[in-house]
Write a protein that binds this ligand. Structure first.
Ligand SMILES: CC(C)(COP(=O)(O)OP(=O)(O)OC[C@H]1O[C@@H](n2cnc3c(N)ncnc32)[C@H](O)[C@@H]1O)[C@@H](O)C(=O)NCCC(=O)NCCS
Ligand SMILES: Nc1ncnc2c1ncn2[C@@H]1O[C@H](COP(=O)(O)OP(=O)(O)OP(=O)(O)O)[C@@H](O)[C@H]1O
Length: 229
């Protein structure tokens, strides 16, 4: 199975690109969605985070106030590291379990949409790595518009992340998303054909069908050897 890594900066357009993959029947493992589940009221992750950050981060109904927690962690690196450390085991196991489900369904290509792909070292497992890049002004403008946030809040979120130029330098494929959605769609068509190239041998043996063929081969081999002796 081929696991494509999809990453970029906040509001650079990862989800927009992910939905293009999805429209082409390539399933997505979305780390932001998994991270939300990990912080759901009553979950083990929720309990650890509330114990560490205190009840002030909760809304009246007991759910985490994401805006409030976001303000705290995106303006303080040590608190951000603490939150990441507390949630990392739950996010990782959520990602593994999604990958396993898709492997069992026999998908040949899947996309891991992980904002912290490099920081959390998921890049070792993904090939190719696609980075959605955008220039800093466009990123700030789109983020403020999407989240209806102030320049200060949006700037804090951007500077809390690894630089987008550094991510770009570590990419196999860069998608420049500074232009229009139509420009993005055109660039995406090239990327799709690269991602859909036939599987390498290693990827084939790591696919469900390849692994089952290998297992069957081993069983037949063992039976044949036993019959001979
Ligand atoms: C702080 C939280 C509650 C803010 O929630 P909010 O709904 O406002 O933002 P959302 O979850 O949609 O994240 C938006 C973007 O912020 C960026 N981001 C999120 N967490 C982090 C982090 N720890 N470090 C750097 N950037 C981050 C990502 O680009 C993400 O796509 C939330 O982001 C969170 O729980 N973060 C910790 C979990 C995590 O590490 N998520 C990243 C998945 S790899
Ligand atoms: N080429 C484009 N032209 C105009 N708007 C765009 C373009 N690409 C994305 N957007 C808009 O920019 C915003 C950010 O895009 P998107 O949500 O896909 O980013 P993201 O990288 O997934 O963000 P996050 O890291 O927060 O999950 C969205 O409102 C989206 O509709």
């Amino acid at each position: 199975m081929r696991m494509v890594g999809l990453t970029g900066g906040i509001a650079s357009g990862k989800s927009t690109v992910a939905s293009m993959f999805n429209h082409n029947n390539i399933p997505i493992v979305d780390a932001d969605v998994i991270a939300r589940v990990a912080l759901k009221k009553g979950s083990a992750g929720y309990k650890k985070v509330v114990a560490a950050f205190g009840p002030d981060i909760l809304q009246h109904d007991g759910h985490v106030d994401r805006l409030k927690l976001g303000r705290i962690v995106f303006s303080d690196a040590s608190k951000r590291q603490l939150l990441s450390r507390l949630l990392a085991p739950y996010i990782s196991s959520g990602i593994y379990s999604e990958i396993l489900k898709l492997w069992l369904k026999g998908h040949k290509v899947i996309v891991l949409d992980i904002p912290l792909l490099f920081e959390a070292k998921w890049d070792k497992w993904t090939k190719p790595i696609v980075v959605v890049w955008v220039d800093p002004e466009t990123q700030l403008r789109r983020l403020m518009k999407r989240d209806n946030s102030t320049e200060e809040d949006a700037g804090n979120r951007i500077s809390a992340q690894m630089s987008l130029d550094l991510k770009k330098s570590r990419a196999d494929i860069v998608i420049d998303n500074t232009g229009s959605l139509q420009d993005l769609q055109e660039r995406f068509s090239d990327v799709l054909s690269q991602v859909k190239k036939p599987l390498t041998w290693t990827e084939f043996w790591l696919s469900r069908d390849g692994s089952l063929s290998a297992l069957l081969g081993v069983i037949i081999g063992v039976i044949a050897v036993r019959k001979r002796f």
